[in-house]
Ligand binder design. Structure first.
Ligand code: HEM
Length: 262
């Protein structure tokens, strides 16, 4: 049973997480989509091909959650912008990569370190997509392309799930890319892990992906600054999803292309 203190901590954490992490993640997803017109066009095409380029209804959420490219942008934004320091206490003596920790040691796990680990993440052909930059296709597996997928093959931690994305593509005869986070165990940890993993993660994904789809089907956003002015504010490091260091001016107008594309 929960004590009153634990209950209070949980409630505080919930209100904090709702606004602190969901809102900036939504913002980055929407900015990344609108920043690159080719990407925005691909996301709109994906929505159109799935009959979702219209006023979205509550029943559409399930289908939105399965769109490879939209999920890929969501996962990549969390990889890049979610920087949390997660504390743990060891219940036994343990060894991690040659480091020995006695029982009852405090360990801090950095999501940022794991999510930008050099050599583990796929950086594309000729390293065209460095690990500290956004790449909308990092989490996509393209059928027949063994070099695609988020984690380079030699770094994948064997969990038994690593081939499922390719199996999906083959079994369902999918010709386009498939979203895959199945090889990312140990590297993509924006919601922590284990018994204390974030209980709000499913809600967060629904909220962020729905908002991103709405902002893509209803609006054209023109960002009025370059990449350099879209850097993050380092002062928030360790606390959650990062904010931009400066204001990002943009021009927004409603988009009616959805009618034309129907
Ligand atoms: C993008 C959105 C979010 C991110 C990146 C995020 C991230 C995290 C992380 C890294 C932790 C620590 C997990 C661990 O210790 O292993 C956590 C814990 C927690 N989160 Fe979230 N979170 C998000 C949204 C939410 C939402 C929407 C809620 C509530 C509706 C929520 C409620 C909580 C609670 C209650 C805990 C504490 C769990 C525990 O200690 O047992 N989070 N979150």
């Amino acid at each position: 049973m929960e004590t009153q203190n634990e209950g209070t901590t949980y409630t505080n954490n919930m209100s904090f997480s709702l606004t602190f992490n969901i809102v900036p993640t939504m913002m980055w997803v929407v900015l990344e989509i609108h920043k690159n017109q080719a990407l925005r066009c691909k996301i709109r095409t994906e929505l159109k091909d799935n009959g979702l380029l219209r006023d979205l209804q509550p029943d559409d959420i399930k289908r939105l959650l399965n769109l490879p490219r939209l999920q890929g942008v969501y996962a990549e934004c969390l990889r890049l912008y979610d920087q949390v320091l997660i504390p743990r206490e060891t219940t036994d003596e343990i060894e991690v990569r040659g480091w020995k920790f006695p029982k009852s040691s405090t360990i801090i796990i950095s999501t940022h370190e794991a999510q930008t680990e050099k050599g583990a993440w796929n950086t594309g052909p000729n390293d065209a997509h460095p690990i500290d930059k956004f790449w909308a296709e990092r989490f996509l597996v393209f059928p027949g392309d063994a070099t695609s997928g988020p984690i380079v093959r030699s770094s994948v931690i064997q969990t038994g799930r690593e081939n499922e994305a390719e199996d999906d593509a083959q079994n369902c005869n999918i010709s386009g890319p498939v979203f895959s986070e199945r090889t990312t165990a140990g590297f993509w940890i924006p919601f922590g892990g284990g018994a204390r993993i974030c209980p709000g993660r499913h809600f967060a994904k629904r909220a962020i992906i729905t908002a991103a789809a709405m902002m893509t089907t209803m609006a054209d956003i023109e960002i009025l600054v370059g990449e350099e002015q879209m850097r993050t504010d380092e002062r928030g490091y360790g606390l959650g999803v990062q904010r931009p260091a400066e204001k990002i001016p943009y021009r927004i107008r409603s988009w009616h292309g959805n009618r034309a594309l129907r």
